[in-house]
Design a protein around this ligand. Sequence first.
Ligand code: DOR
Ligand code: ZN
Ligand code: ZN
Length: 430
Amino acid sequence: RTLRARGLHLLPGVIDSHVHFRTPGLTHKEDWAHGSRAAAAGGVTTVIDMPNTRPALHTVERAHQKAELIEGTSLVDFRFHFGVSPHTVETIRDLSPRVATSVKVFMTGHHTAPDVIHDPKVLARVFAVAAETGIRLVLHAEDDGVFALLDRRQGTPRHYDQYERTRPRSGGIVAVTKIIELVRRYGTAAHVLHVSSAEEADLLAAARHIGLPITYETTPHHLSFTAADTHRLGARIRLSPAIRHSDDQQRLWDALVGGEISTLGSDHAPHTIEEKSRPAPDAPPGLPGVQELLTAVFTGLRRRFPHTSVDDSLTLLARVCSAEPARLFGLDQQKGSLTEGLDADLVLFDPEATWLMSARHAHTKNHWSAYEGWTFTGRPTTTIRRGEIIWDGTSFGPAGGVWLDARNPLATEEPATPHHPRATREPAPA
Ligand code: DOR
Ligand code: ZN
Ligand code: ZN
């Protein structure tokens, strides 16, 4: 089959290191067949899935069960961030290095996270154990105590707009401050997720300046929407952390272009339209975004930095959407080696395409997008996962995505404890 690529740019496949594909237990919101198609249509070839499923992902055993559920349904390759609850802190030691490079810590929960670490002593223990084990923490950095205080003072407001306006940015600032202090104390590798405010970006820049091993992510939606869009989009852009103001957004764009931000994660966290239509505060936070990730941020770069060349914009995206997530989460090892050959995970991207985003284009299970009505610039026209075309601009290839940990040479070693099954992989379906 001949691929036409004249005028197109060839990029490394996007690694989206922050998705919630909802298996097991929450598959009315999303499943791997739909989520991975949305990914493929967005130029994504690998995703790292979050652990806040039902049940949550705490053990290697559950990771094997989860991988079994997924294989044969996913177009893209995948791995998992493991969860931790106040009762499972010491078991972080069992995870590494066989199937985990990362543990997700929720410092707040709201509707969606079953395992929140509130107790400062437990949080400190997580940082200590992770540092000893050599595993990276990825953190949802919002301080629950700040929300509780506010709810006690004001009662929980019922009206959506009012609720959104009163959600304190201080919750994020307090949490990021705690993280910096704990990294300073224990030396833990920490990656702060979905950073949303200018103050958090300033704190993280200072931490990096003094050489602490802290990196951070922001999301396409924090770069694309502001609180002013809430009037139009309502709970569709209700998120945790919340969408902030235009000065925050400007600070995040400057951080992205200035090299302060390590990764872009879509935080693809779909809910049904019915769930999102509930009156606040019952509408759950989160929106789908794996399909929009590359195109939405490219669109923003072209509009906000028109004097930056297309090449420079795409080079930046290749760094934060592929190279850095690969480095932080060990995918450079699991995707082959420079001597033995690397997986052909590639995207052909048309930087000149302009097109109207509509629900019709949204491949996520519930077929909605906060970007409906946006005119996007740029489009992934072909997505190739390990040499196989999984998206050709109109249709999808086979669901041959694999659990990358099963390819890790370390994963086939005898497990440290007998109750953990060996990592073996079923042959991929034909
Ligand atoms: O907006 C969010 N949605 N933030 C989270 O932390 C969880 C996520 C979800 O799982 O829906
Ligand atoms: Zn989160
Ligand atoms: Zn998330």
